[in-house]
Design a protein around this ligand. Structure first.
Ligand code: HEC
Ligand code: HEC
Ligand code: HEC
Ligand code: HEC
Ligand code: HEC
Length: 481
């Protein structure tokens, strides 16, 4: 028998035993998923910008799974038919020829063809729909990622709420696209088996360099000069007296030939600062290397560190980028004090309620077993307090107290999740010096061998135009009050 005869015999067997409903359906499934997979991989690679990791669930898990199931079922159906015929003694001595003129065979072939076309169309539409859905931040933060509900809530309440999760967390490029898809699949299993970190660890080790994400929208050379920042806090006194701080921040940037100020000193077209952190959360920074304007490298070491120069040299190094200061560009968690300040400022909590700032902070800092527990107890605690201690106020301003009770509850749900072990201060914000921030390096203790120190004077980064003033003159002069 030459190879042609062998192939003919094999084909006849395949066709004869393959003529059963299990194999035919499986064949249709496999061809259709195969085509859909090829087509959607091509589509995704052609436009990776729209990608989100969770599309991976579809492209790397569900469709291939269907494909494999189909592939397995084809021989399985043949085997079933073979077994059945052998058992019933119906196995023919000679396998019939494949004859296209036979009615039965023509019928089977046309059913297969029509079903395949229909299936490709169906799966194709389902895939497009699925991909579009999974591309949304809603899916990312809500549907798939129950653990990420807190990041999602903070994100919705931020200047970047119209920027998709993917634009910061994945960025452009086929390579990061693939990595993100696979990471998405891993995370899916984490969620399915309830096996994930609580709280979700930060910093995110695998975050793309800011050059490829933030800088695709922002151009740091473009924001320079000074920025007036007005911060309003409220006192713990009966009148919740405002205390306004006005700062002129020296944002700097590229001006003429020189890099100046906050942006200019740390960020350049080429690397300016590398540092080594002593802990995973990058809260302690014992060593900083700076390339100064002349191109000279200056090493600053903290006098507080107990590490030897050899140990310091072994620590992993990181190039400073946007995220080392703006680590909370969108998931900014508040402090209890700031949460109350903001809600008073936004009018959600009325300043007319005596001691509301103090009381709100106290309730926010309370212990609750879960978000549901807090949602039930917080409004009641606040209302009960005013009903018991300030009955006249409560009677007169019931609507205000009730509204404040809801706002305080919402502030808690926005920032704390006992389920995720996320509480006040879990994720520090590096933009100022509330939680370390700039003072991780600018603390006056980082000095170089030739006696230079990373500046820590109060007017290095800002000029304080007013501090804790209920009615700052500077705001009147500027015409904003
Ligand atoms: C403007 C850019 C940006 C957007 C948009 C964004 N993130 Fe983030 N995300 C970050 C940065 C920066 C970090 C902190 C990284 C670090 O400190 O290393 C972070 C951290 C996280 C973390 C780790 C836990 C934490 O709180 O630090 C999770 C989870 C997360 N993001 C989920 C999401 C989800 C879900 C979305 C969309 C709803 C989203 N992110 C949108 C920039 C962004
Ligand atoms: C897809 C585009 C896009 C990306 C990517 C992006 N941003 Fe933004 N960012 C914006 C826009 C648009 C605004 C202005 C929002 C507004 O004022 O309503 C903004 C505002 C900001 C602000 C000012 C916020 C404020 O309080 O006024 C900072 C700081 C910032 N972004 C930092 C970052 C950092 C850091 C990253 C990277 C982790 C990043 N952005 C990534 C589009 C982007
Ligand atoms: C050394 C810390 C630091 C680094 C690094 C840094 N920034 Fe900033 N940036 C700041 C501070 C501080 C402010 C002012 C904060 C405020 O407005 O409260 C600011 C303000 C901004 C603003 C708002 C500007 C305005 O006029 O309102 C944007 C946008 C921004 N940064 C983007 C970036 C981007 C993009 C990068 C990376 C290329 C970056 N920053 C790197 C510290 C930094
Ligand atoms: C990883 C360490 C590190 C962090 C964090 C850091 N800086 Fe710096 N910063 C430096 C170094 C190093 C220099 C340059 C010191 C020198 O001039 O030799 C510098 C310089 C500056 C300068 C210029 C000072 C001058 O005399 O010209 C300003 C302004 C500044 N930083 C602001 C900030 C602000 C604001 C933050 C926080 C949002 C911050 N830095 C966070 C390391 C850091
Ligand atoms: C390395 C830079 C840097 C140095 C040095 C520095 N600050 Fe600041 N400071 C900042 C930045 C950035 C912010 C704005 C934070 C923000 O955007 O909320 C800030 C905010 C503040 C605020 C307002 C805080 C609020 O929430 O109301 C006060 C007050 C303040 N600084 C006082 C000081 C004093 C006093 C010193 C000297 C001991 C000092 N700063 C040194 C960078 C610096």
């Amino acid at each position: 028998m030459d190879w042609r005869d062998r192939l003919t015999v094999w084909f006849r067997h395949a066709f004869f035993y393959g003529d059963n409903w299990v194999s035919i359906c499986a064949g249709i499934l496999t061809t259709a998923t195969g085509f859909t997979l090829l087509w959607s991989w091509f589509r995704e690679l052609a436009s990776p910008h729209s990608a989100l990791p969770y599309v991976g669930i579809l492209l790397f898990v569900l469709l291939p799974l269907l494909f494999l199931v189909g592939l397995f079922l084809i021989p399985f159906g043949m085997w079933l038919k073979y077994k059945r015929m052998t058992k019933a003694g119906e196995k023919p001595a000679v396998i019939p020829k494949v004859d296209l003129t036979t009615r039965h065979i023509r019928k089977v072939l046309s059913v297969v063809a029509v079903a395949t076309v229909l299936n490709i169309a169906l799966l194709g539409v389902a895939t497009v729909r699925g991909v579009e859905y999974m591309d949304s931040s809603k899916f990312c933060g809500l549907t798939c990622h129950t653990p990420m509900i807190m990041e999602y809530r903070a994100f919705v309440d931020s200047p970047h709420s119209r920027v998709g999760c993917a634009q910061c967390h994945i960025g452009p490029g086929a390579d990061s696209f693939m990595r993100a898809k696979l990471a998405g699949v891993r995370q899916l299993f984490g969620v399915m088996f309830n096996n994930y970190h609580r709280p979700i660890p930060s910093p995110v080790e695998s975050l793309r360099p800011a050059k490829e994400t933030c800088e695709s929208c922002h151009w740091p050379q473009k924001f320079h000069g000074n920025k007036i920042l007005v911060k309003t806090h409220y006192g713990d006194d009966i009148a919740n007296t405002p205390a306004i701080t006005v700062l002129m921040l020296k944002i700097g940037g590229r001006s003429g030939e020189a890099n100046t100020g906050i942006h200019g000193r740390h960020i350049d077209t080429s690397e300016r600062i590398t540092y080594s952190a002593g802990d995973e959360r990058r809260q302690v920074i014992p060593r900083v290397v700076y390339r100064d304007d002349k191109g000279q490298m200056v090493e600053y070491v903290s006098s507080d560190t107990k590490l030897t120069p050899e140990q310091l040299a072994k620590l992993p190094q990181r190039s400073m980028d946007c995220v080392d200061c703006h680590n909370r560009p969108t998931h900014a968690f508040e402090s209890p004090e700031w949460a109350m300040d903001r809600r008073i400022q936004e009018g959600l909590v009325s300043r007319e309620i005596p001691f509301i700032h103090k009381k709100g902070v106290e309730i926010l800092k309370g212990e609750y077993k879960s978000q549901d527990d807090a949602a039930a107890r917080i409004p009641k605690a606040l209302v009960d307090f005013y009903a018991a201690n300030y009955p006249e106020v409560y009677k007169e301003k019931k609507a205000l107290v009730d509204a404040a009770a809801i706002a305080v509850k919402d502030a808690y749900l926005r920032n704390v999740s006992p389920e995720m072990k996320l509480t006040w201060g879990t994720h520090p914000n590096h933009i100022g010096h509330q939680d370390g921030g700039c003072f991780r390096c600018h603390d006056g203790s980082h000095t170089s061998k030739d006696g230079r120190t990373i500046a820590a004077d109060c007017d290095t980064c800002h000029t304080i135009l007013a501090q804790d003033d209920p009615n700052p003159k500077i705001l009147q002069d500027l015409g904003t009050k």
